[in-house]
Every structure is written in structure tokens, then in C-alpha cells.
Write a new protein. Structure first.
Length: 472
């Protein structure tokens, strides 16, 4: 199935790149979404089965593949509206959609890879696709951000590759040359601890460029700032999930070795520092997309802390990222409407949004409630579970600091969100483009899904998450 998916997706992407007809472009995108949905359904029906030698439809991959497929529909729809508003020529639009197809393809394969080198290769492929999309608006700032993204991500992925070399060296000493996850898991208990520590450290730092976790968080913030809003939605959700899956798989391989307490400390303090940086920068941020980027940093930090603390934290980390993906995608889709209304991303230049776009304003209100984990947001439940795991693991100081930083974050986000909704700002531009309420339907669906999953999580989803963490 994966071979067919790769070949057909590549062909659709190539034809999209060469095509200049809008109707044909829509047909090609519909074909790709059908193919993406088919892969997801096939993977779910063939859970735990290997495919093509280098891929496995395991629970972890299927969970995040489902999230990716759902957001692929909404992101392509909002990309179409974004390009329609900008009136870009057909050549640039074709390049945009071809790169987006390539990004979805690369992320899907990274989720499902059962070989560490294959996963690394597809993660590197996401860098090239995202770089094309960041540069879409062809401004000097976009060019600078694109080169920074390519350079820093390449350095990070190179560091992850060094970590893989250290791991392969260790596995070779244990009498194996197979770098599939199953083979590594079988042999890793015989590996020298020295090599394992270096491998884990390099791989966590390297894959943090995708997850947006400290210390490699800065490039994700810059990418959010200049990328088209639908692409920022992907960078902040499904692409960050790629980084998490890579770190999660690395952690899972080494979880039953002598370095587990050491790994837990690395992830715990990396997560805490991520939340601290988010809290500090949100106090002074004056750009909607950067604000949401720092908010994503906070939630990646919480996921890392849940993974480090263990117990219910394992379950909570994955569940939290599922819900975060839907909330943050909704936020970026709506930011595009805010930009079309005020012709700026600067927070201080916006206000009184309820009178300008009431359906969009209600979305922003729901986003604030959801992203700050107020009930009935499902993220309230997952954050409570993460706090519980901190308490159960006796990390009382970290728990107190996390609560303090979260209070700062809630204050900062509340000030900015409610400023947008209610502040009376002079000299705001008149609305030149009427935003149809139908453009907010996807956001309402995603946000209501976040509430529903928190209050009544489907048994099948719970089973998949339990399956993903059962070996930890």
C-alpha cells in the first residue's frame, strides 16, 4: 500500500506542479485527499502490520496519521481561499499545492516508518517542502526566514543523524546491523550506556527542530511569522507532531535501559524551559502568528514533561497533542481572516472584532478557552493528567514552576485575545473583502471536536493511545 501511495502521490504532485488550469488543480487535490484518506483507513484496518519492508501501521503512526488527514482537508480548503484572496498567478499556486502535497506525503511516511534511517530521510524531506511554502509570498523577510529554516533544520537533522550513527555503532557492538525499530528494541539491552546517552542527546536536540522544543525552538517561531497562515497551521500542528513522534520513538527504544532516569531529566527540563520561554515572550509579543507560535512551544513543553514523568503522563502527552493540533489549526485559519480584515498581524492595531466578523470572533473566543485549557476544553483534562504525573513522580518544584508559568501565559493570551475582540482602536481600515461565514465552519467543527473528545473520548481512540504507550 505504501509503495502505491508514494508513487501515486508523487505523480499527483508532479502533475500539480506542471498544471496551470484551476479546475484540473481542484480535481488533482481531490484525488490526493481521497488517496490520503484511503491510506489512513487501510492503515487502521491493518493495525500492527508491516508494509513494504520499511513501514508499519502501528498505533502511534495511525493516531497522528488520522490527525494529519483531517487537517489536510481543512488546510487545503483554507489554502485555496488564501490563494484566491491573494490572486497569485497559476504558476505560483501550482508550486504551492505541489509543495503541500509533498509535505503531507513526507509527514505520512515519517509517522509510519519502521526503520530509523527511513524516518530520518522523510523528516529531512519535510524541510525542503516547508521551505518552498515559507517563501511563498516572495518577500525579503520570507527569503530570510526560508534560508534560516533550511540552515537550522539541516543542522538539527544532521545532529539527529550523528545520533543515529552513535546508535548504529552501539547496536553493531551488540552484534546487529539492523536499524529497524523492532531489531533495535531487541538488541538495545546489550548496548553500551555511553553510546546510548550520546545517541539520545543528539537525536533529541536534532528532532527538536521539528517539534519546536527547547533548545531548537527559535526557527519554528520565525517560520510561523512569515509562512502563509494555512501553512503556519501545519507547522504548528502536524509538523510538530512529526518531531514528537521521532523523539517518542527514540525514547521508547531506550525506555527499558539504564539511562531512562537520565532521559527523563533531559525531557523534563527541556519541557520546563520551553514553557518558561513561552511565558516570557508572550508577555511582550505583538504579532498574532508569533503569539500562537509561542503558545505551541508551551504545549510541546507540556507534552515533553508528560513523557518524562511517565504513568498517566504517557497517555496525556499523546492525547494533548491530538487536541492541540485541532485547536491551533483553527487559530491559524482564523488569523488569516483577521489579516484580511485589518491588513495586519500586529495585535495593537486590531480591535472590536465582534463588530467586524462575528462568526470569526466567536471562533477566537473558543480558541482562547480551548488553548488555555479552560473547561469544557478537552485540554483541561490532559493538562490535569500531566499535573498528576508531575505530582506522582515527586517533581513538586517543576509542578509549581509550570503552574506559575501557565498563569503568566493565560494572562498574556487573555490580554491579546480580548483586545482583538473588544478594544476600540482608531484608524482601523475598512473591510474591503467580505468574509463569508462558511469559511469558519471548519474551525467550529475542529473546536467542537476538541470539546467532545475531552468529555467523551471514543473507546477506539483510547485503545490506540494505550497501544502506543503499552511498552513504556
Amino acid at each position: 500500500m505504501l509503495v502505491y501511495y508514494l508513487i501515486l502521490s508523487f505523480l499527483i504532485g508532479a502533475i500539480t506542479l506542471l498544471n496551470r488550469n484551476r479546475t484540473i488543480s481542484i480535481i488533482l487535490l481531490a484525488l490526493f485527499l481521497t488517496l490520503q484518506t484511503g491510506l489512513t483507513v487501510y492503515g487502521y484496518l491493518h493495525l500492527s502490520q508491516e508494509d513494504s519492508g520499511y513501514f508499519t501501521f502501528d498505533a502511534t503512526g495511525i493516531i497522528f496519521l488520522c490527525v494529519l488527514t483531517i487537517l489536510s482537508y481543512t488546510t487545503i480548503w483554507h489554502s485555496y481561499k488564501y490563494l484566491q484572496y491573494r490572486k497569485d498567478d497559476e504558476r505560483i499556486q501550482s508550486m504551492y499545492f505541489a509543495a503541500l502535497i509533498g509535505l503531507i506525503l513526507s509527514m505520512s511516511c515519517a509517522y509510519l516508518a519502521s526503520h530509523i534511517a527511513v524516518m530520518w530521510a522523510f523528516i529531512e524531506a519535510t524541510t525542503l517542502c516547508v521551505a518552498v511554502l515559507i517563501y511563498h509570498e516572495r518577500t525579503n523577510l520570507a527569503l530570510e526566514a526560508t534560508w534560516k529554516y533550511i540552515f537550522i533544520c539541516s543542522v538539527g537533522i544532521a545532529m539527529a543523524f550523528v545520533g543515529i550513527i552513535f546508535l548504529s555503532k552501539a547496536i553493531q557492538e551488540a552484534g546487529s546491523v539492523n536499524l529497524s525499530f523492532s531489531a533495535i528494541s531487541h538488541n538495545i539491552k546489550y548496548v553500551n550506556v555511553f553510546w546510548l546517552k550520546y545517541a539520545f542527546l543528539f537525536m533529541v536536540v536534532g528532532f527538536s527542530t521539528k517539534m519546536g522544543l527547547f533548545p531548537m525552538h527559535t526557527i519554528c517561531v520565525d517560520a510561523h511569522t512569515v509562512a502563509p497562515p494555512p501553512i503556519s497551521a501545519f507547522i504548528s500542528t502536524t509538523l510538530m507532531n512529526v518531531g514528537f513522534v521521532a523523539i517518542f520513538r527514540t525514547y521508547s527504544l531506550m525506555a527499558h535501559t539504564a539511562i531512562q532516569p537520565w532521559m527523563n531529566q533531559i525531557l523534563l527540563w527541556s519541557g520546563l524551559l520551553s514553557i518558561f520561554i513561552s511565558a516570557v515572550y508572550l508577555l511582550k509579543v505583538n504579532h498574532f502568528k508569533r503569539m500562537n507560535a509561542y503558545s505551541s512551544l508551551e504545549h510541546m513543553g507540556l507534552a515533553a514533561i508528560g513523557l518524562a514523568c511517565g504513568g498517566i503522563g504517557y497517555f496525556a502527552a499523546i492525547f494533548h497533542l491530538i487536541l492541540h493540533s485541532f485547536v491551533k489549526a483553527s487559530a491559524f485559519y482564523q488569523i488569516d481572516q483577521v489579516h484580511r480584515t485589518y491588513h495586519t498581524y500586529i495585535i495593537s492595531k486590531t480591535g472590536n472584532y465582534f463588530n467586524k466578523n462575528i462568526t470569526g470572533a466567536l471562533v477566537m473566543l473558543l480558541v482562547f478557552i480551548s488553548i488555555t485549557a479552560f473547561p469544557p476544553s478537552g485540554m483541561f483534562i490532559t493538562e490535569i493528567w500531566i499535573f498528576k504525573s508531575l505530582f506522582a513522580s515527586s517533581n513538586f518544584l517543576v509542578l509549581i514552576l509550570v503552574l506559575l508559568f501557565l498563569a503568566m501565559i493565560i494572562y498574556s493570551l487573555g490580554r491579546n485575545f480580548f483586545g482583538l475582540l473588544f478594544n476600540q482602536v482608531k484608524d482601523t481600515p475598512e473591510i474591503k473583502v467580505k468574509i463569508h461565514p462558511s469559511e469558519t465552519i471548519s474551525q467550529y467543527v475542529l473546536l467542537l471536536l476538541v470539546i467532545y473528545l475531552g468529555l467523551n473520548p471514543p473507546e477506539e481512540m483510547i485503545r490506540l493511545i494505550q497501544e502506543a504507550v503499552k511498552n513504556l
